[in-house]
Design a binder for this molecule. Structure first.
Ligand SMILES: *[C@@H]1O[C@H](CO)[C@@H](O)[C@H](O)[C@H]1NC(C)=O
Ligand SMILES: *[C@@H]1O[C@H](CO)[C@@H](O)[C@H](O)[C@H]1NC(C)=O
Ligand SMILES: *[C@@H]1O[C@H](CO)[C@@H](O)[C@H](O)[C@H]1NC(C)=O
Ligand SMILES: *[C@@H]1O[C@H](CO)[C@@H](O)[C@H](O)[C@H]1NC(C)=O
Ligand SMILES: *[C@@H]1O[C@H](CO)[C@@H](O)[C@H](O)[C@H]1NC(C)=O
Length: 463
């Protein structure tokens, strides 16, 4: 990393900190910098209604696109992975550094309009792009990441700004940003760490100004924090930052955050609970949560050598969407674009297929609430959701004898049942006021089936 620009930003720091402090100490501010106050903020309504978002992991790690987005740490960190060490020995000159990869992050095929159109076709209501991963490379021209950002090296473009503009111009998808608190190899961070986090040089010179920069510049609807676990939130000054974000930032009313704000905070504090990667409890969670997961089962960043078997298929993805939404979660489904700026066909196909399924069945997903039961107690693979006008059963497996047993709903004499994408009422049997409905599934030919992968029974007037 080139330190030439360091002097130009040091001059700005006192100004930024004054702003930061002034806002936080204001006595009549709605939110105070402590967890009791921060945790009391109601979640902006758009987020729960949205249910489905797309996560995008893109950075310098997309250049080697081997192993995972943790490539640098897994190569040069405390526990080097032999496969990565060998990959570098076999393919690169001996003095090649991770920073040398950045020149090959060219994004020459990056067409933000095309990305926006694919995201829209997926049916997702929000997108979360890595503004900066643990490698520290910023995908926007940060004033605080000297020569380690997408304008100075590699793409020579404002990747965050360009995607934000396209998404906002062409879709009504909420635009969000992922941001890593720590940076594996930032010398300022490593010094603070060596001082047992009793100093905050890195926070003052990089973290706080950078967080304010992305919030003020891009006004993200989601600020998805990560990389918090090595230090307590008192080192990151997370509650002070969140008080500013919720009280005075340009996104104070709409922004949604998560729970990764310091070691021990996950699943306890902040906005939406992620409780870890790929959290998928299968039971109702009281606090709004998000299942952040990857289509490529083993990596968030693109992997050139991933075989087909490593990608979740549509049955897997629909099952995760259904179970997550039934249990009060949102699904945040990750894709990893290539260093040259493409969303490769396997990801594009999964995104468009999700959209095809949601076009028919989105009524059972978007703006629903958890029902009194999440899945059926007898028939496997049935997940329930609820709305003012109906209750929905998402059926993952077509019953072998065409008779579908729903053991939980209680019918009445006014009950009527439908399948989404099919206009006629369904035949069913059951006893009024007693749990249990047996649905006779309609006869379809392959070309009249309303959708692939899973079917939704819409139930009116059931309890
Ligand atoms: C927004 O989209 C319209 C039509 O799709 C296009 O003409 C216009 O240039 C776009 N504006 C920006 C800022 O991208
Ligand atoms: C940090 O903590 C460790 C373990 O408690 C201690 O050995 C070390 O001296 C401390 N370092 C500093 C700089 O305080
Ligand atoms: C960081 O937190 C400490 C302890 O609460 C506080 O004294 C300090 O003012 C905070 N710094 C900023 C920039 O908010
Ligand atoms: C319902 O979901 C729970 C939790 O995921 C699971 O343990 C149970 O087996 C499911 N019930 C059926 C009938 O599949
Ligand atoms: C389903 O939603 C309706 C409308 O909000 C509500 O009246 C009903 O109590 C809900 N049912 C359950 C079991 O949650």
């Amino acid at each position: 990393m080139d330190r030439r620009k360091i002097s130009s930003f040091i001059g700005l720091i006192p100004v930024l900190l004054v702003v930061f402090f002034a806002v936080c100490s204001s006595a009549n501010a709605q939110y105070q910098p402590n967890w009791n106050s921060i945790d009391s903020r109601p979640l902006p309504a758009w987020y729960d209604q949205s249910k489905f978002g797309i996560f995008i992991h893109w950075g310098v790690f997309s250049v080697p696109s081997f192993s995972s987005e943790w490539f640098w740490e897994d190569w040069k960190g405390s526990n080097p992975h032999p496969d990565i060490v060998k990959f570098m020995e076999d393919n690169y000159r001996p003095d090649f550094t991770y920073a040398d990869f950045a020149a090959s992050f060219r994004a020459e095929f990056f067409d933000p309009n095309q990305w926006a159109d694919i995201l829209k076709a997926s049916g997702a209501k929000y997108v979360v792009l890595t503004s900066k991963h643990h490698e520290g490379f910023t995908n926007w021209p940060s004033k605080y990441s000297w020569n380690w950002n997408s304008m100075d090296v590699g793409p020579k473009r404002n990747l965050v700004g360009d995607l934000a503009a396209a998404v906002r111009n062409r879709t009504d998808i909420h635009f969000g940003l992922y941001h890593s608190l720590y940076e594996w190899f930032n010398p300022l961070y490593l010094q603070d760490k060596a001082n047992n986090f009793t100093t905050q040089e890195y926070c003052e010179k990089v973290l706080w100004p950078e967080l304010m920069e992305i919030v003020n510049t891009f006004e993200p609807d989601v600020l998805w924090s990560d990389g918090d676990w090595e230090a307590p939130d008192t080192y990151w000054n997370s509650t002070e930052f969140l008080a500013w974000l919720y009280n005075s930032s340009p996104v104070k009313d709409k922004v949604v955050t998560n729970d990764r704000w310091g070691s021990g905070d996950m699943c306890k504090h902040g906005g939406v609970y992620t409780c870890g990667d790929r959290f998928s409890p299968g039971t109702l969670q009281k606090h709004k949560w998000e299942n952040c997961m990857t289509i490529d089962k083993v990596s968030w960043g693109f992997r050139r050598n991933a075989p087909l078997a490593d990608y979740l298929d549509m049955d897997d993805l629909i099952e995760l969407l259904a179970s997550t939404v039934s249990c009060n979660g949102n699904l945040l489904m990750n894709i990893g674009p290539t260093a040259d700026g493409r969303i490769v066909p396997i990801f594009e196909e999964r995104l468009r297929s999700m959209g095809d399924w949601l076009k028919v069945n989105g009524e059972a997903i978007f703006e629903t609430r958890p029902w009194r039961a999440q899945n059926d107690t007898v028939t496997e693979g049935i997940w329930y959701t609820n709305k003012t006008t109906a209750t929905y059963a998402i059926v993952l497996d077509w019953p072998a004898d065409n008779q579908l047993v729903l053991s939980v709903p209680i019918p009445s004499s006014q009950t009527s049942l439908f399948m989404l994408g099919y206009n006629q009422p369904l035949k069913w049997s059951g006893i009024a006021s007693k749990p249990g409905i047996t649905v006779t599934m309609p006869q379809f030919t392959p070309d009249t089936l309303p959708c692939e992968w899973a079917w939704v029974i819409k139930m009116k007037m059931v309890q």
